[in-house]
Ligand binder design. Structure first.
Ligand code: NAP
Length: 303
């Protein structure tokens, strides 16, 4: 029979690590589980300029600082993925992970979200051979080449800006002519000489033999198709929640987000959802951190 810990946190992103900081400081035993790494999505953001009190920091520095803070305080991080969680009774959960089983009195789900796919032919096949979901990770591989970014949100505009530093040409392909991204950043990007906006258009085909050589774009209004010769396509069309595996445990909505309000409580007593994986309107670093604190304090108050 595995030992019982106070709080198991699933996901080592901003919400999960913040929850860990609050829970260990409240004297609880805490383990965080993450099958990938620490840091979550923010680790790939080049520049953070909207976290209160910090004028400027890279996502990597931010995530590393958070990880070091949580573990120095006594939280343990296990690099194993949680595959299933069962509720045995009040304050009694079993988590099945890729490395075994653990028992916990309360569970905080902080699994975040992952990159949405375009859902077109050959997208999966060409990942790593022209298709990427992370400009900061893969941008340097396209030095001196023409690339495209798909999307019109902050990530797409940030990615395009980053890629202008390496690439000969950056196409920004967006399905509308208005952007979700901050207007200030769109204006800054427009000033770059090697950027071309392809608006009201969708990527409809990926061309090339073993590697991407061109993307076909289709104008939404006219139906006209054209090929853009690019070595890379950076897909930045938002995220989808990573919460499907918890459907057996808690209520999730149609889009797959765990249903929980600002108090981070799910429909199951003892299970909390924090950060991008829960139903909410604003998914930002600040709100992920806030959720982590709220979920941890709520969990602690019941133990
Ligand atoms: P997002 O804001 O949801 O934007 C997604 C973009 O992709 C939208 O322009 C959307 O078009 C487009 N899109 C969605 N599905 C598509 C599809 N199937 N085909 C083609 N285009 C599609 O996502 P995000 O840019 O990843 O940002 C997520 C959150 O993180 C946002 O709240 C954002 O503000 C935040 N963020 C903040 C920063 C920062 O502050 N530094 C940096 C990055 C992200 P429509 O506009 O037509 O829907």
């Amino acid at each position: 029979m595995p030992d019982m810990i106070d709080i198991a946190i699933v996901g080592a992103g901003t919400a999960g690590l913040t929850a860990a900081i609050y829970a260990v400081r409240a004297g609880k035993s805490v383990k965080i589980y993450d099958g990938k790494s620490y840091g979550g999505q923010i680790i790939n953001t080049p520049d953070i300029e909207n976290y209160p009190g910090i004028k400027h920091i890279s996502g990597f520095e931010f995530a590393t600082g958070l990880y070091e803070q949580a573990t120095a305080l006594g939280a343990e991080l296990e690099f194993s993925a949680v595959e299933r969680i069962e509720k045995n009774g009040e304050n009694d959960f079993t988590l099945k992970t890729t490395d075994g089983e653990v028992k916990a009195k309360a569970v905080i789900l902080a699994t975040g979200a992952e990159n949405r796919k375009l859902g077109i032919d050959r997208e999966e096949e060409l990942i790593g051979s022209g298709i990427s979901y992370c400009a900061t990770c893969d941008g340097a591989f396209y030095k001196g080449k023409a690339v495209a970014v798909s999307g019109g949100g902050n990530t797409a505009i940030e990615d395009a800006m980053f890629l202008t530093n390496y690439c000969s040409k950056v196409y920004v392909i967006h399905r509308r002519d208005a952007f979700r991204a901050d207007a200030k950043d769109v204006e800054k990007l427009k000033e770059k000489p090697n950027v071309e906006f392809v608006l009201n258009a969708n990527v409809t085909a990926l061309k090339g033999d073993k590697k991407l050589e061109a993307v076909e774009v289709t104008d939404k209004n006219t139906g006209e198709k054209k090929d853009l010769e690019v070595a890379g396509l950076f897909v930045a069309i938002g995220q989808a929640p990573v919460a499907g595996i918890f459907k057996n445990l808690v209520e999730v909505n149609e889009q797959g987000y765990i249903v929980a309000g600002e108090d981070c409580k799910t429909n199951v007593s003892g299970v909390y959802a924090a950060g991008d994986c829960r139903t909410k309107t604003v998914r930002q670093l600040t709100t992920a951190a806030a959720d982590g604190a709220i979920a941890a304090l709520a969990a602690c108050s019941k133990l």
